[in-house]
Design a protein around this ligand. Structure first.
Ligand code: UDX
Length: 434
């Protein structure tokens, strides 16, 4: 299959490289010439484990190319994927679809022969209808179908998620388009990934429902964690105690500082807006979004309490800035709220993150950046662990204690064991382990 991937950001690049690895001929398009030039030089603009090798191998084999010229790529393609950004629209929280619609117009102008246009970007219900309308209006005689094929990739594990998906969702009523999609995903049948055929609108909603449900699961366990602290219970035991029930499932029950990232905050908001527009409000999701954003700042107050009620004039060391490990993504990261709350309360913040510091510099002011974890805690009045990078999981406790001015550790990811920390003389505060 010849595939054009419109948008070489996170989803486009990972999907494009994986499709090429399946043996398809993929051309990734992006309007940003700097991005394409970097990709030509073999530089990957995002941090995603394994992506550099995957891209390099497939470029070498001639199956993966990059261009800023959409026309050539689309003309040659049997399937054109739209993988451009759908950020929250400023002001009202709706998904901003201007990039998607622009891509549709550009595709319409360039496509030739039967073309399957696939939306991979996360888009509200009905966007596929609008993409179809735009293309039909521009090219009344064109032979094409518009399919919804949402992605379920986790940053940091995107390649594995792509190659071993729990399911593949394909939204179309057109048998010819379904056949093309089956052909594209055929290599995955070996892994017995279930392919779910459904209507286009259903596929669009499935993606939002999945993310909203996962966000709900995390928020649920976070509130149970707060209750655990009050009643003297242990949230990790509760999570295991409920998670082994197959109806609930053990994943996504890790209590923490609240979810962040490029998907959950934005997609829950967009779902809430769509549901309100259709007068079928998703009140549970509304509550989840509100609880989660309050939680992030509340984590700052948790640190202040652990420091005896005030951090004015104190130095707080923050380990981990990205919204989760194995990414350089700072979007909606809880660290941003925690750090701002600490600064508002008069603290000086010193931070370290293996991949996130460049992005953090654009989003935070007055933060000192350290060269490693021990440099970060040197002379600090407390350590806050915000993101559970592996390198923070086995810190040398003796060295840590010697470096800190006060042995206060606030572990927002429950990485350490309370007994061990207490044995080593730390004042240790974690999440939901009363
Ligand atoms: C998510 C979805 O998992 C993915 O399917 C979708 O396509 C995009 O959004 P991602 O944002 O990369 O992926 O990260 P994910 O691993 O889902 O974590 C999201 C946030 O939830 C992180 O901030 C993480 O720390 C938090 N989280 C996750 C918890 O606090 N507890 C958990 O148990 C799981």
């Amino acid at each position: 299959m010849r595939i054009a991937m419109i948008g070489s950001g996170y989803v486009g690049l990972v999907s494009g490289a994986c499709f090429a690895d399946f043996g398809h001929e993929v051309c990734c398009v992006d309007k940003d010439p700097r991005k394409i030039e970097a990709l030509h030089r073999g530089e990957i603009p995002i941090f995603e484990p394994g992506l550099d090798d995957l891209v390099a191998n497939n470029v070498r084999e001639g199956r993966l190319t990059f261009t800023t010229t959409l026309t050539e790529a689309v003309k040659a393609a049997e399937a054109v994927f739209i993988a451009v950004g759908t950020p929250s629209r400023r002001g009202d929280g709706h998904a901003d679809l201007s990039y998607v619609y622009q891509a549709a117009r550009d595709i319409a102008a360039a496509m030739s022969g039967y073309t399957v246009v696939v939306t991979k970007s996360t888009v509200p219900v009905g966007t596929g209808d609008e993409v179809e309308r735009i293309i039909r209006e521009a090219r009344p005689d064109a032979d094409f179908a518009v399919v919804s094929n949402p992605e379920f990739l986790r940053e940091g594990a995107a390649i594995a998620d792509f190659k071993r998906p729990d399911r593949i969702v394909i939204g179309t009523d057109e048998p010819r388009a379904q056949e093309v999609m089956n052909e594209i995903y055929r290599p995955l049948y070996l892994n017995q990934a279930p392919v779910l055929a459904m209507s286009r609108r259903t596929a669009e909603l499935t993606k939002y429902a999945a993310n909203a449900f996962l966000a709900t699961k995390i928020t649920f366990i976070n509130e149970i964690a707060d209750l655990c602290e009050q009643v003297g219970a242990n949230v990790q035991d509760v999570a295991r105690g409920i998670g082994l029930d197959n109806r609930i499932g053990a994943k996504f029950l890790n209590a923490g500082p609240g979810y962040g990232g490029s998907c959950f905050p934005k997609d829950t908001l967009a779902l809430i807006k769509t549901a309100q527009d259709y007068e079928a409000p998703v009140r549970i999701v509304e509550t989840v979004a509100a609880v989660n954003s309050q939680r992030k700042r509340a984590m700052g107050r948790k640190v202040i309490a652990a420091c005896g009620g005030s951090v004015r004039g104190k130095t707080i060391a923050v380990l981990g800035l990205t919204f989760k490990p194995n990414t350089d993504d700072m979007r909606d990261a809880p660290s941003l709220d925690v750090i701002t709350a600490l600064q508002d309360a008069g603290a000086r913040v010193r931070a370290y993150d293996p991949e996130g510091m460049e992005a953090a510099k654009a989003l935070l002011t007055d933060v000192d950046y350290a060269t490693d974890a021990y440099d970060c805690v040197r002379g600090a009045d407390a350590l806050v662990l915000v993101t559970e990078w592996n390198m923070f999981r086995a810190l040398d406790l003796k060295r840590l204690k010697a470096a800190l001015a006060a042995p206060v550790v606030v572990d927002l990811r429950n990485v350490y064991r309370p007994e061990e920390m207490e044995r080593n003389g730390f004042t240790y505060v974690s999440v939901g382990r009363g």
